[in-house]
Design a protein. Sequence first.
Length: 704
Amino acid sequence: MARSIFITSAEGHTGKSTIALGVLDALMRATPKVGVFRPITRSVVERDHVLELLLAHDGVQLDYDECIGVTYDDVRADADQAMATIVARFKAVESQCDAVVIIGSDYTDVASPAELGFNARIAANLAAPVLLVLSGRDQQHQAEQLGTTTARTAAAVGQMASLALAEVAVERAELFAVIVNRADPEALDDIIDAVHSVQSQATPVWAMPEDRTLVAPSMSGILSAVDGRLVKGDAERLAREALTVVIAGMSMVNVLPRLTEDAVVVIPADRTEVLLATLLADASGTFPRVAGIILNGPFPLPESILQLLEGLASTVPIIATDLGTYDTAIRVMATRGRISTDSRDRYDRALALFQAHVDTGELTTQLGLAESRVVTPLMFEYGLVERARAERKHIVLPEGEDDRILRAAAALLARDVADLTILGVEADVRARAAELSVDISAARVISPTDPELVERFAAEYARLRAHKGITLSQAADTVTDVSYFGTMMVHTGLADGMVSGATHTTAHTIRPSFEIIKTKPGVEVVSSVFLMALADRVLVYGDCAVIPDPTSTQLADIAISSAATARQFGIEPRVAMLSYSTGESGSGAEVDKVREATALVRERAPELPVEGPIQYDAAADAAVAAAKLPGSAVAGRATVFVFPDLNTGNNTYKAVQRSAGAVAIGPVLQGLNKPINDLSRGALVDDIVNTVAITAIQAQGTDE
């Protein structure tokens, strides 16, 4: 039977979707098959936003329709029949999963005062313990801007907990834990104590602080709320959150001092001088950057103004609506933010907030999920991030002009994976990040022409390359190249590792490391591996990216380095030295090269399990191994596959990636004194995140 958890709340707007996302993410780290279920939804026609959010999470393999129980109308028509349908549909989901996240109903305009009680009754019938979500905000007292609320005191939260827990108990539902979301950041411990005062100390209680950016509406949400249309600006900036609203029904000189960072500015459509002043202020660099502009009222912009806007470089979204100022303001302030997969930055911030304040290890342990022996690609990627976070390192990203780098940087910073330095002109890099609606404020941005660093790096590079006749002047020109600049940062200890290659060739990325970082003692060559995440395990393939035709000595070096890399990422190394022949059955120059390399590995690393020459099937399949190499400690159980040449390795990893659906993580460079890693120029944001995590883990094992 699957382990299930029922997430419900005592009122509306508690941020239950953030909690559900965090719980789902935590369970995905512990077990490969996690499902989601929504017992009650508003309509079979209108798609459920929370359910779609969770189904979009990597690793959930269920269809939308099978994850829904009944509608509110069904419950009102016949509550008993609705309950029976919910149980039957849940059991169908449960049978396919190791764990199920169940999301209780929302407090909507059709909700009943007894909604918490009914949710608790569902939980009892599904035998799912309740994770109760309480709000740390007073929903009845709205503040002035964008529907924000006032913080509840610890005593008020304790009182709310007492009432809600009593209702859960009446329905005989088992309480699993309590999370107080959107709590006062200055009173988290007091709030936890207040809940414990009305509930057993044995019950886990966590408190998560308010994050305004998670509840703030996006410009796209505001556009929909005001029935607007985008008349100018970058559609990508519609993902940006609006933290405040400025009603600009006044003269230009009075509007400008009232502009605030990430404000949505509501301007009457016939006040074109205020529109132009706001755009100029946003572009000036001396005023706050706004999230967007709403032109309200049934007044079309004059052709001359439209012509002027066409000539401006501004990307600020300008939305037009026919509503009056009052109706526009009311709709804007009533709009609430939603976490969605369309806003990666908000999605990552929500997960980071959950992980920072909820003990996910305790959560999964209390739920009875033992650590799985199966390692899915998703679980392996989670493990990379967790290991990187455990001992944060400083990684430099030289390609600050690339949007993928900025998006990945925001995701890495939100999840506390690593400290980052991004190379580029600071004003340009931060402006582009703002346009993309990603938060890189915690990153350091350095220009590769920074005079002080260029002088320092040039002197060191000239010293290192003096035997090649490099002058100080030549060195100064060289180190302004972003790959050399980033490598010099690693060499001089200003960063622990570098990740590049999104817009540069492999040679451009790694050549500086050969000149500056150099190889570890006892390592002859720099090589690479791919971490191949199959459906249930992770293998190491080397070398698939660097050395075209290694000698037997180089092949041994690759094998020993690949085994060390495997250990670094929690994979027990059993090395297969691949060839077209197994054991003593074949001969020829290529087989002899592998045979000689195997002997060198045994000589240099006698503790390392190694077999070679061996064919892939004998290395990977126990039945074939029993026939071809009975009694081998490696055959049929290999975890590290060393290919005889680049042609074989590169084609094999791509064949496995495409045909077996494996996730290929890499190439991971090995053998350098300090970690430098190369990206594919087609790298996705997730690839960059994984590579930075890998580089940070490599840096953890580097002797300073």
